[in-house]
Design a protein around this ligand. Structure first.
Ligand code: ATP
Length: 435
């Protein structure tokens, strides 16, 4: 069920507690661009690290890449972006599908049946800039609208330098830019965003099986990081939604407060991309089988996700309210891997020098192993609430008794249960619970 007030609460919390701010807010803001504050920067970094770890480090058939945002303009001719995004387009006001006006039949959006559209305009989704001292047509370059092409143009380099055998994939995380007509829904649709993309190369006959494997792997990634199953689903594209070269495409969708929407798309793209770049560059981008010497263009499965969208979904999914002692407790129940702060060390009495010194020492030891903070700026009840609101997994409290028995109180964010733990066991206890 769409819950618009949940979105308002998340947006308000994101600003109040320093997760996400409007870009250039002091100048009235820039539409379609957002800044990540102290907690948001940690959260987004954790999302990217979790992705990179599961995709690149934990798999033997994957390697990473970090290509540049500016690419040779021929790239976008080969990929079809220059031509295909230069049409006069209207955008469906309901599902945001961009359409050529002559493709609208009976005044209805072919995707959702809605009948209201934006005004038509010549629309190229790519943001243009120029490089070098001269500003003429030869200096025009685009800010990449997707990271995928950076992988395709490096296919030959990666094969030559790593001697990889099929099947294998290349992953990258990076910024992309699209001049969206209607940015909106907070960080869901923006003009500058980060993508987490994979191009998985395989033999043509392996493509369907690899496509199915990647759909499951990507769906499970969100579940493994604690996303609620009832808020996730797969949606297979109908034949008429597919690009002419694609054999299949399935989206991972999340039930945002504004409705089910795409988090990530997994596409079975055939051999279109490498063939196009071979044609436009004149380079041989075929793969040569080391045993049979057979040469062919590998087929490609492309799981392509948005880092900002995933981060927003994790934020919304973690939002939880409950009533405790007649007051509303707001908790962000992040998976420990994603929580911006793992542990907050809090002195019960900030005027007691012994307690403060012990708490600071605990923090300085723990920070070598996990992200933690020290805070003594309010009474303990308030400090707990503040940490709950940003999703800190554990609070460690030092009190007078700690000075004598060398034990501290560890409070669990979700259950609010408290446990006395001897100092020498503290780091091991926390590491075990956070893993
Ligand atoms: P949409 O239909 O929502 O515009 P898309 O199908 O055009 O998305 P892709 O080109 O497949 O998106 O891009 C892959 C992923 O990149 C998307 O699943 C999404 O997570 C992310 N993404 C694409 N456009 C944006 C955007 N404007 N803002 C934030 N994330 C985006």
């Amino acid at each position: 069920m769409p819950q618009p007030d949940l979105m308002d609460k998340v947006v308000a919390l994101a600003k109040r507690r320093g997760f996400i701010f409007q870009s250039s807010e002091i100048y009235g803001g820039l539409n379609g661009a957002w800044d990540y504050g102290p907690y948001g920067a940690e959260l987004k970094r954790n999302v990217k690290n979790a992705w990179w770890q599961s995709i690149v480090h934990f798999r033997d058939d994957m390697i990473g890449l970090d290509a540049s945002i500016l690419m040779h303009p021929r790239t976008w001719e080969a990929s079809g972006h220059t031509e295909n995004f230069a049409d006069m387009l209207v955008e469906c006001k309901k599902c945001n599908k961009r359409l050529r006006p002559d493709h609208i039949q009976g005044g209805k959006c072919p995707q959702c049946g809605n009948t209201t559209f934006s005004e038509p305009r010549a629309f190229n989704l790519m943001l243009k800039t120029s490089v070098g001292a001269m500003e003429d047509s030869s200096s025009v370059v685009y800010l990449r609208p997707e990271t995928a092409q950076g992988i395709f143009v490096n296919f030959g380099n990666v094969i030559d330098s790593t001697h990889r055998k099929l099947p294998f994939g290349i992953a990258q995380i990076g910024k992309s830019f699209r001049n969206e007509i209607t940015p909106g829904n907070f960080t869901f649709r923006t003009r500058e965003f980060e993508q987490m993309e994979i191009e998985y190369f395989c033999r043509p006959e392996q493509a369907e099986a690899k496509y199915q494997e990647w759909i499951q792997a990507r769906f499970n990634w969100y579940l493994d990081l604690g996303m609620k199953k009832e808020n996730l689903k797969l949606r297979e594209h109908a034949k008429d939604e597919l690009a002419h070269y694609a054999a299949g495409c399935t989206d991972v969708e999340y039930q945002f407060p504004f409705g089910w929407s795409e988090l990530e798309g997994i596409a079975n793209r055939g051999d279109y991309d490498l063939k196009q770049h071979a044609k436009f560059s004149g380079k041989d981008l075929q793969y040569q089988d080391p045993v049979t010497n057979e040469k062919f263009f590998p087929h490609v499965v492309e799981p392509s996700g948005g880092c900002d969208r995933a981060t927003l979904a994790f934020l919304v999914d973690a939002y939880h309210e409950e009533t405790v002692n007649d007051a509303v407790r707001v908790v962000l129940k992040f998976h420990p891997k994603l929580a911006p702060i793992k542990v907050a060390v809090l002195p019960l009495l900030k005027k007691n020098e012994g307690i403060v010194a012990m708490a600071k020492k605990i923090k300085s030891e723990l920070q070598k192993e996990m992200v933690c903070v020290y805070d003594d700026t309010a009474a303990i009840g308030k400090l707990y609430r503040r940490q709950d609101e940003v999703g800190t997994v554990f609070c460690v409290t030092v009190d007078v008794q700690s000075l004598e028995d060398k034990q501290v109180t560890v409070r669990n964010r979700d259950s609010m249960q408290q446990e006395r733990i001897p100092l020498e066991r503290l780091s091991g206890y926390l590491k075990e619970k956070l893993s």
